[in-house]
Ligand binder design. Structure first.
Ligand SMILES: CC(=O)SCCNC(=O)CCNC(=O)[C@H](O)C(C)(C)COP(=O)(O)OP(=O)(O)OC[C@H]1O[C@@H](n2cnc3c(N)ncnc32)[C@H](O)[C@@H]1OP(=O)(O)O
Length: 169
């Protein structure tokens, strides 16, 4: 069945009156600053519920805490003791191992691996196939490039690539 086009963001107020009060965040995130969190705030301030979306092929252990608007996609695994913030994406085949903590608006791109006890700050993007060893902490507003390996804490916002990851901007 084709999905009807409902309009632009300007239609939110009207839609809130005419539709059930549930919405999903469908936009992606390929940078650090993206509109996902602002959009979530706006939808919630209008009274929409923005639930967590777990794809049928995602594995999210019991007790994992997940913020509103977060999506966990097929093949992704989120292990016991982890906490995910609001408006996060755990993309296809990514792994968030035990006791990790993600801030808000964090994207773990396809195939990336967070080992146990990793902390990732707000707005970070962990690129495709990146690996973070156990217990590392990454501050807010970092882009970790595709395939990078993070082996120590990162405390300065920026773009990091390579093995071991180094700051390039
Ligand atoms: C479902 C989905 O599609 S989700 C989307 C998933 N997407 C991703 O994971 C993309 C992640 N993004 C990247 O890896 C990007 O290459 C970035 C953000 C790290 C860098 O992008 P930019 O800032 O545009 O940097 P730019 O492309 O100009 O490269 C700068 C230098 O870093 C190098 N570089 C860029 N990315 C990487 C990388 N991932 N690993 C190693 N080196 C890299 C470039 O070769 C270049 O080197 P040079 O100066 O010696 O020529």
């Amino acid at each position: 069945m084709p999905t009807p086009y409902l309009g632009t963001d300007d239609a939110f107020e009207q839609l809130r009156e005419s539709l059930p009060s549930c919405a999903a965040l469908g936009i992606g995130k390929i940078g650090v600053q993206t509109p996902r969190l602002d959009l979530l705030d706006r939808l919630q301030s209008l009274g929409f519920r923005v639930p967590v979306v777990l794809a049928p092929g995602a594995i999210c252990h019991e007790g994992v805490q997940t913020g509103d608007g977060t999506v966990v996609l097929d093949g992704a695994v989120v292990v016991i003791g982890s906490r995910l913030g609001r408006a996060c994406i755990v993309n296809t085949n990514a792994t968030v191992d035990h006791d990790c903590v993600l801030g808000d608006d964090v994207h773990i791109a396809p195939g990336a691996t967070l080992s146990g006890g990793v902390e990732v700050g707000d707005h970070c993007m962990i690129g495709t196939g990146a690996n973070l060893i156990q217990m590392v902490r990454i501050c807010a507003d970092c882009m970790i490039g595709a395939g990078a390996t993070v082996v120590s804490d990162i405390s300065m916002p920026g773009i990091y690539v390579g093995t071991p990851a180094r700051r390039i901007a």
